[in-house]
Design a protein around this ligand. Structure first.
Ligand SMILES: Cc1cc2nc3c(=O)[nH]c(=O)nc-3n(C[C@H](O)[C@H](O)[C@H](O)COP(=O)(O)O)c2cc1C
Length: 335
């Protein structure tokens, strides 16, 4: 069975990509994912805050003026001896590139414009085949307009694009007033792909301790509906690759997203809950379905049920919501 796909200009064996997760922190896990058949890996993110901290470290008073005397530099701890996440990140990325035969996508995560975006070039130099730029913040300033926030995001993207030659995708949250418009602006600004969507820590309230705990709520298959709708709406309307992220746990989930128009489907919660062997299970489920339905490749299915191609385009729009309720009678009072 041929599951080949193309994402960010990379030819991939299957659409199953490891999304950014702690699994990329250890080379051993990267190897296991490659052996289980993952077609590419997105590294966990290097965060703006981590880079800013390192940049501050380099501005340590000891180091000021050291550049005028090369010998003086040898008395100071090297960058690796500081508590520097970025240096370790780059080292791990370089090692992954040396040992894996699949593409490795670096990930930068931030939300304000600044010098940290220069790390895009460091990731490229470390061997990243592409970059994923995760743009997210929780704006809490009521004086800040959506337009200003989006303008900042576009500036960050432009700055990253200016530093690298490798393709850059943008990972988004679903919380935009007009996602279609913003997606188009990102692509106009040079985004080679969009990753829909990020999931976040959501705070919960503990009634016993009266504490607010930010906790991870891993996804379930039903969560694919959000990316599925937006992939379907964007497919064929923007000239960028589309990655679906959120809720992909089975081969059926992955196939639905390919039908909606996804070039790749990213796995995270599925690997955290079911383990790395789930990659092979998902691939087998996809092959079994294709075989049972008389397909030899994924190509004819990609985007077949995007909004542009599906028999009922309004099915992906909100107007349909009322009809769905009416049909299912979910609100019928129980007696
Ligand atoms: C423990 C954990 C760590 C994550 N780390 C990152 C990260 O470093 N960068 C990033 O862009 N997304 C990160 N994510 C988000 C995932 O890549 C993914 O987009 C999200 O979990 C939705 O996919 P899923 O439903 O398969 O979990 C993380 C998610 C989890 C659960």
């Amino acid at each position: 069975m041929n599951l080949n796909t193309r994402y960010l200009g990379l030819d991939l064996r299957t659409p199953l990509v490891a999304g950014a997760s702690p699994f990329s922190e250890k080379n051993e896990h990267l190897q296991q994912m490659a052996e289980a058949g993952i077609s590419a890996v997105v590294f966990h993110s290097l965060f703006e805050e981590q880079i800013r901290r390192e940049m501050k470290t380099h501005e340590h008073p000891f180091l000021r003026g050291a550049e005028i005397c090369q010998e003086a530099l040898s008395y100071f701890p090297g960058p690796d001896e500081f508590a520097v996440w970025p240096a370790r990140y780059l080292r791990n990325l370089r090692r992954a590139k040396e040992t894996l035969r699949i593409p490795v996508i670096g990930s930068l995560n931030g939300a304000t414009f600044g010098g940290w975006t220069s790390y895009a070039r460091s990731l490229e130099q470390a061997g990243a085949d592409a970059l994923e730029l995760n743009l997210y913040s929780i704006p809490t300033d009521p004086g800040l307009t959506a337009q200003e926030i989006e303008a900042d995001y576009l500036t960050i993207l432009a700055s990253v694009k200016a530093q690298v030659k490798i393709p850059v995708s943008v990972k988004l949250s679903p919380y935009f007033t007009n996602l279609m418009h913003f997606a188009k602006r990102l692509v106009d600004e040079g985004a080679d792909g969009l990753v829909l969507f990020n999931r976040f820590y959501q705070p919960d309230i503990d009634l016993e301790s009266f504490e607010v705990n930010p906790s991870i709520h891993l996804s379930a298959s039903s969560d694919i509906r959000l990316p599925m709708r937006w992939v379907a709406l964007l497919s064929g309307r923007i000239s960028a690759s589309l990655a679906a992220s959120s809720g992909i746990h089975t081969g059926i989930d992955a196939l639905k997203l390919v039908l909606a128009g996804a070039d790749v489907t990213m796995l995270c919660s599925a690997l955290l809950t079911r383990g790395i062997p789930q990659i092979r299970v998902i691939e087998h489920e996809m092959c079994d379905w294709l075989d049972a339905h008389g397909y030899e490749t994924l190509a004819p299915l990609r985007g077949l049920l995007s909004q542009r191609n599906c028999p009922d385009p309004s099915a992906f729009e909100r107007a349909q919501y009322m009809r769905a309720i009416a049909i299912e009678r979910v609100f019928e009072p129980r007696t």
